[in-house]
Structure formats: structure tokens, C-alpha cells
Design a protein around this ligand. Sequence first.
Ligand code: SF4
Ligand code: SF4
Length: 361
Amino acid sequence: MKTTDVVTAWGRILSGSMPMLSIEVTRECPLSCPGCYAYNDTHLGGGVVLRELSDYRGDDLVEGVVGLVRKHRPLHVSLVGGEPMIRHRELSRILPRIIELGAWPMVVTSAVIRIPPEWTANEHVRVTISVDGLPEHHDIRRKPATYERILKNIEGCRVNVHLTVTQPMMERDDYLDDYFEFWNGREETRSIWLSTYTPQVGEQAPEILTPESKRRLIEKLPTWRQRFPKLLMFGKSGEAFARPPASPAQCTFATMSANYSADLKTRVEPCIFGGTPDCKQCGCAVSIAMHCLQDYRLKGPLKAGHFVRGSMRIGRWVNRFRPQQARPERWEHADGAVKHLGLVTIQDASAREDDKRVEVA
Ligand code: SF4
Ligand code: SF4
């Protein structure tokens, strides 16, 4: 992202836009990963589950997604699922429309279906693939999106690789070193994102890191950051992993994003996980990054968090003059009180040297 893009982004916030939008473009997925939050019974609040929603395809999906982008005027749009590549034909039409509207689209996929290299050749499009561990774990958990299939399906592409660390991966000391070594060395890898498994409140799952595993993981972050330049990590990532936001109200990522499910109406709350996520154990890469960047010092005592909150307050004031149906609902509480909001733009590892990886809008 260039300086002009940051200025545009800031202008959008000042004019009352919702910075981040996430859309589950389909209810379908050929995988059945253990610990999948999208198919959790409480993902959509408990009344209905994702597989029961009616979803769209063809022109209806294209126009429905574009309509949401028009409504919210976001800076960043995540297209997720289910498995969004099930609708790859529609996505090929949706991506340029989102770019035309001035936002940055990202497709988050298991890579079970071939990714068109022309998508990732476009500097505005990002594709993030989920690769949960080395083949010994991943190929079992995420069958049929095995390593063999993924590597074929990303040929000629540039992708972000997203890892959710689970407890079994912490049983061997150098397991994650091997993982980073492999993906850092791949030409297709643009950057590597690291999350840890985020449970729902009260959940007991074998994926959840023990406190000891989490401590070891945090300890190794600085070394990994040095050894694997594609690993997207900030100086304060360790602190943020150790002390994630205490609740959705304190989560910058949750409060500055709107998330829609496959009927393009149902909202996923309070964040992409839905249900009742256990914020105190949150390991979401984006939430963690935004949490630690709030303290990024701009000048003197002025921090990124102060600057963006001021901008968002102005945006809310501007929003009062927009028609009700065009207002992004999550800018305010039902009582009209301003939520705690902030925006940071996270750079890909490939942009590190140019820009110190952090831009604030
Ligand atoms: S690929 Fe994603 S949506 Fe599909 S089952 Fe796995 S985690 Fe869930
Ligand atoms: S992203 Fe993490 S911290 Fe933010 S609301 Fe969701 S679970 Fe909580």
C-alpha cells in the first residue's frame, strides 16, 4: 500500500466508512476440519447454522456482495466461507468490482481448488491459504486439501500462508521451525501469518494450547522473526499474544469490522468467530496484530490508537448526515455511544523494508 492509499483510507474513515468487511460467500465446504468455527452450532448465535442458510450463486451472489461493499465502503474485504473457491467463477467477477470500489479484496481458502494465478498477479488482490501444520497433521485434519493438492493449486501464485497453531504441534520442539522453514522457502509464499487456536468460552478441545505451550511459543517469536523473514510478526506480538483483548468491546479488530454470513444478511458477531469466543485466549493473527499496533508511537506521546480513534469519532459525526440505511451499523452502540475503534493497515512481509510494515489510517 502506498502513501496515497493511506491518505485515501484515512479520508474514508473520516467520511464514516466501515474499515473492514468479511463475507461468507457460500455455506458449502468439501472439508470437515476439527475445530472449524464456521460450522460450530453457535457460530450464528445459536438459532440457525451455516449449512442451513440459503446462499447465493451467479449474478445474485456477485451483486449481493458488491451491494454490501457499496453500503459499507470498506478498505478491506475478506471473502471467506465455507470454502469460497466453490464460487470461484463468481469471485473472478467480484474481485475487480471490489477493486473498482476502492477496497482491497482477500480470498481466504483451503486451496482445495486451483487458485487462478491472474488473481494474485493483481497487486490489489490477496489470497490467504490455511495450512494447519506439517503434512502429518494437516493432511489428516484438512483432507482433501492435502499438501500435495495445495502445492499444485498454488502453482504460479503468490499467497499468504496462514497457520493456526494447535497443541499437538507444540509436542515436538522444532515442529514449527520445520513448518516455517518449508513455507518461508517457497517461492509462492508472500507472507506467513501465525494464529493460535481461539476457543469458545468454556470449550475444552485438544487444539487449545496449554499455558506452558503458549509461553514457549511466545518465547520463540523473536527468533523466528529473525530466521524467517516472511513471517509477519511485530516487535510487540509476544505481548499481544500473552495479553489479548479482554472482551470484544476492547478488540479493535472486532469493533472496526462487519461480518456477514452466506445469506448476505445474517451478521456474524462479535467477530469472525461468531458465538461466544473466549477473548482471553484469542490467538487470531489479525486481532493480535491490531491490538499490539495500537501502541505504535507516531510522534511524542501521540500513539496510533489516539490518532485513529480521533478519526473514527469524526467519521461517526459525519455518519449522522448519511441516510439511515447507508450507515454502517457497528459504528455505534444501540444507545448511540461511540465504540472504541482504531485502524491499522498491516503490511505484507514483502513490503517490510519499504514501509516498516505499519501504516496508520
Ligand atoms: S475449510 Fe474452513 S470452513 Fe471448511 S471445514 Fe475447514 S475450517 Fe471449516
Ligand atoms: S477477534 Fe479475538 S479478541 Fe477480538 S472479539 Fe474475536 S475472540 Fe475476542
